[in-house]
Design a binder for this molecule. Structure first.
Ligand SMILES: [Zn+2]
Length: 415
């Protein structure tokens, strides 16, 4: 496996213009002694919507690294791939997020199930987890239920991993297994058993992305019970330490937080618990860069503000289509969004007041922010009008992209 550093931040870039701005944020942290590595990630869904190819992300990352003289590790992530989509990513990626959420709940073959239950019979009982104050109890029913829900999916993850490893030197890439896009959150007990399955498949996973309790909506703060999240995250980190010791998984295995941008109320909790467990972290923040592009255009005023308004006006009648692929990770009530006419009359200040993630601003509109988050397809359809504006207003946009990553994400978590 290609070793992941302790701390990594997932940065994505739908329109491949902000690689240098993103890296400059990570570099500013490095200059202050924080060893953080960027992971440029882009899913097949995003490539398809924007009309880009996986190689474009590799080119962007390499160019940014070259331009800024970055010498520490960095990665290009084939994000949320499965067996149907991975092939186009293999040559140009060195990080693979294997997403098997769609296979959860598919019943395993009886003999596979029986073998798993027999192999792990000893896990039934109470376990003392490292640095966690309560024993983790696993019952026979937990073992059976988790096998029924996840064993097929983890066998599929094994197939995908072997497929990649048959085409690429296993020392040249890192693996994440993600189950975050499922219907219900995984309990710490389920996470432990999922890690047992990952180990049984021989997947050298260095990060795992569970679904946590509460809502991780795109581009906005966490919605849920902070105390419940804290308890679960604490237990999950303890489970990972336990799994490393007991299942022979890579000793740098860490947790991955998807839809991790803008979860400002969680960052102090995550930071505290990462320190407590001496754990690593992978935090994904991809879509927040696109929001800064729209905000930058709105801020620039004139023709650029007109583009930002037109994106909204074109997107609104197509809300259903745009929201659909992201339905599990947004909470948008379309009739509550401002009308296109209202937005058409907005000044730069009004647009930014609604869009900027500033919870103390009375005009901040989290529904509008989520809606613009999922509306990048409209900008892709605008073609050169949008992409040329990104170039023309590079200075204001790049400054926003960098500040957003550095001040709102990297500093609260890592510095
Ligand atoms: Zn995800």
């Amino acid at each position: 496996m290609k070793r992941l550093p302790r701390f990594t931040i997932g940065v994505g870039d739908r329109f491949t213009q902000e690689g240098e701005a993103q890296l400059s944020a990570v570099k500013a942290a490095a200059d202050r002694g924080i060893a953080l590595s960027p992971v440029w990630n882009k899913s097949n869904r995003e490539h398809t919507i924007v009309g880009t190819k996986p190689q474009s992300l590799r080119d962007e990352a390499d160019a940014a690294v070259q331009a800024l003289g970055w010498t520490a590790p960095y990665f290009v992530d084939a994000d949320h791939i499965n067996l149907n989509t991975v092939d186009g990513f293999i040559a140009c990626s060195d990080f693979f997020t294997i997403d098997v959420a769609d296979y959860t709940g598919k019943a395993p073959a009886p003999e596979v199930r029986a073998a798993f239950l027999e192999k792990h019979a000893a896990i039934i009982g109470a376990h003392t987890l490292p640095l966690f104050d309560e024993p983790l109890v696993i019952t026979r029913e937990d073992l059976e239920r988790t096998a029924d829900k996840f064993l097929w999916a983890m066998s599929e993850a094994g197939r995908i991993h072997r497929h990649i490893a048959s085409k690429k030197d296993p020392a040249s890439f890192a693996i994440e297994v993600s189950v975050d896009e499922t219907d219900t959150p995984q309990t710490p007990a389920e996470l432990l058993l999922i890690l047992a399955m990952i180990a049984d498949e021989g997947i050298p996973a260095q990060t795992v992305a569970p679904k946590f309790t509460g809502r991780f909506n795109k581009g906005v703060d966490y919605v849920g019970d902070l105390a419940a999240f804290e308890r679960e995250f604490d237990a999950d980190l303890a489970v990972i330490s336990f799994a490393i010791r007991n299942f022979g998984l890579p000793e740098n295995l860490k947790i991955s937080v998807h839809s991790g941008s803008d979860k400002f109320s969680l960052y102090p909790i995550i930071r505290r618990l990462i320190a407590k467990h001496d754990a690593g972290l992978h935090l994904k923040t991809a879509g927040t860069t696109w929001l800064e592009e729209v905000a930058g255009l709105a801020q620039a005023g004139g023709d650029a503000l007109e583009i930002a308004r037109d994106i909204y006006a074109t997107a609104l009648p197509r809300a259903e289509e745009l929201i659909k692929p992201y339905a599990p990770v947004v909470d948008i009530n379309v009739p509550e969004l401002p009308s296109a006419e209202t937005v058409h009359n907005w000044t730069s200040e009004q647009f930014l007041a609604a869009l900027d993630h500033n919870q103390s601003c009375p005009d901040y509109n989290p529904q509008l922010r989520q809606f613009i988050h999922v509306s990048f397809k409209i900008a892709a359809e605008m073609g050169p009008r949008f992409s040329e504006a990104l170039v023309k207003h590079r200075a204001v946009i790049a400054g926003r992209v960098r500040d957003n990553l550095l001040k709102k994400h990297i500093e609260p978590l890592f510095v």
